[in-house]
Design a protein around this ligand. Structure first.
Ligand SMILES: Cc1cc2nc3c(=O)[nH]c(=O)nc-3n(C[C@H](O)[C@H](O)[C@H](O)COP(=O)(O)OP(=O)(O)OC[C@H]3O[C@@H](n4cnc5c(N)ncnc54)[C@H](O)[C@@H]3O)c2cc1C
Ligand code: FES
Length: 499
């Protein structure tokens, strides 16, 4: 298949959706429908929000969690869910740009997490396919190998164990690999469903399908959803990208998106380990399973959300790469996922304005390493709420300075002249006077139109021809084809338009 023609191909192979989400139990918490109070309200049921909530319940603190959609099905449930301190090549970068103490602090914060996750899965009987795996960053060029050698030295300076191998244990040629032994992987959606159950069993209250449309102050914090309001002394905005913050996060971060494909394989140990490449184009590989059997999960290189007009072509390229290099069968699952980068590659976590907004906490910018960083963030926020010291406060300081040129807005990549240019299964943005309209055509030919103006800060959305969503090229909001919000920072849907 010619990748350039993939935009025309609405029928990409495999089921659309994450293999982890597909094999996790449904949750079924009811929506918020009253005005209630708790000491802390957590907004968002991903790894950050649920870790915070469970930690608070473990220490007997009252907590309510509101989730816009369903627990565990968003960024965490669509990740590759490697639980590791090996975040590709990061320690050389941190030592060179932020200094050795920061690199050590980052290593320490992330090192504590695998044991915590293991303890919680045992204590709360969470069956989430947690398994020990070695993590490898592999090179396919001489320069890549040099980087690996430098990273191994840096990792050891940061007090981590790191070994350089002549080749990665992969069925294709590599020029070397950096091995961090005894890391782990799991099914992140099953893990979050289990964390939610543990929160609820310990008296925490969880509400699904309850999007916070307003977070404000009225003596105490107030989180308003369509059905009710939660009043609280503390609010934790754990929405992946903050939907509200006293210190703006949208321009401190850059949304990045990836394509993922899960292939059927016969052998659950078709590769043994978790892999990420250091040379471009980046690929990531791990094993896993769904309800049918073993899978090999592959990830393609990152691109800025909403700034690529042909995401389907990226799936085609990823499949071609996987078939050239790995013994894979049919595509079982395919999905996109996004996270947010920061300029220094360290997340922003904590209380951004202790004077003007005391009790307001955020966590964002996980640079696609938020399984461990996000768990550390949840633990740290829970400690802060209880007035306990945390060794990672300055590491994750959400008010630290950042280069203003880091964030890059984009424009729609889907501009067409008229609806005649939109074929069945496609979407395009047309102009009517000053108005820009996002139009998609069903496979039966029916047109659906919503405003193309993102409800966050007004950028024009791009059609994602693989997921059939409208993606914002500025701060990564994602809307369903009918305009409903799938991913923030937008809180309101795209407005319906009559054609
Ligand atoms: C392709 C990819 C692969 C990755 N692989 C790894 C990996 O292998 N290892 C690793 O460590 N990290 C990985 N990551 C990163 C990691 O998955 C994320 O950093 C982490 O899961 C983020 O967790 P979260 O709780 O912030 O977000 P989420 O899991 O998205 O949780 C946020 C929740 O908030 C809800 N929400 C949003 N707005 C509102 C609102 N207004 N009201 C109520 N609720 C709201 C959402 O619906 C969502 O459920 C990967 C990321 C990507 C993109
Ligand atoms: S996400 Fe900010 S303008 Fe769309």
């Amino acid at each position: 298949m010619d990748a350039k023609n993939a935009a025309r191909m609405v029928n990409l192979p495999g089921n659309c959706g994450s293999c982890w989400v597909a094999s996790a139990d449904p949750t079924g918490y009811t929506p918020l429908d009253a005005s209630i109070h708790a000491e802390t309200v957590v907004v968002g049921g991903g790894i950050v929000g649920l870790t915070t909530a469970l930690r608070l319940r473990e220490t007997g603190r009252p907590v309510i969690l509101v989730e816009a959609l369903e627990i565990g099905r968003q960024v965490t449930g669509r990740s590759t869910a490697k639980i590791t301190t090996q975040h590709a090549l990061i320690y050389r970068h941190l030592i060179d740009t932020c200094g050795l103490p920061t690199a050590r602090s980052y290593a320490e914060a992330n090192s504590a997490i695998p044991a915590l996750i293991k303890d919680w899965t045992r204590e709360y009987a969470i069956a989430c396919d947690l398994e020990r795996k070695d993590a490898y960053t592999y090179a396919t060029s001489a320069e890549g190998r040099d980087k690996i050698v430098a990273e191994a030295k840096a990792a050891r300076e940061a007090r981590l164990q790191a070994e350089v191998l002549d080749r990665a244990p992969l069925p294709f040629e590599t020029t070397g690999a950096l091995c961090f032994a005894d890391q782990a992987q799991f099914n992140p959606a099953k893990y979050l469903v289990g964390l939610a159950r543990a929160v609820a069993d310990r008296g925490g209250r969880i509400f699904e399908k309850s999007r916070a449309v307003l977070i404000g102050e009225a003596g105490r914090w107030r989180v308003v959803t369509a059905g009710g309001t939660v009043h609280a002394e503390n609010v934790v905005v754990a929405t992946n990208i903050t939907v509200k913050s006293p210190v703006g996060m949208a321009n401190r971060t850059q949304p990045r998106c990836h394509t993922a494909l899960a292939f059927r394989v016969d052998d659950p140990l078709v590769v043994d380990g978790m892999f990420i490449s250091t040379d471009d184009p980046m690929h990531s590989i791990r094993t896993g399973r769904d309800n049918t059997g073993p899978l090999l999960v592959t990830l393609g290189p990152k691109f800025n959300t909403g700034q690529d007009g042909n995401v389907a072509a990226r799936f085609v390229e990823l499949e071609e790469w996987a078939r050239r290099n790995l013994p894979v069968g049919n595509v079982a699952w395919r999905w996109c996922n996004e996270d947010y980068d920061t300029a220094d590659r360290i997340p922003y976590v904590g209380e951004p304005d202790t004077d003007k907004a005391p009790g307001f906490y955020i966590a964002t910018g996980f640079n696609a390493w938020g399984i461990s960083n996000g768990t550390a963030a949840g633990m740290m926020i829970a400690d802060m709420i209880q007035g306990r010291p945390s060794p990672w406060r300055s590491l994750y300081d959400p008010t630290r300075s950042y280069p203003k040129e880091f964030h890059k807005n984009g424009d729609s990549q889907s501009i067409v002249r008229s609806t005649n240019d939109i074929r069945p299964g496609e979407g395009g943005v047309i102009s009517r006077g000053d108005e820009r309209i996002a139009v998609c055509r069903d496979t039966d030919g029916t047109l659906h139109a919503v405003s193309a103006t993102c409800t966050h800060k007004g950028c024009t959305v791009t059609w994602n021809n693989a997921d059939c969503t409208w993606d914002c090229p500025c701060h990564g909001s994602i809307f369903a084809s009918n305009g409903a919000v799938i991913h923030g920072p937008a809180r309101k849907p795209l407005v319906p338009v009559e054609l």
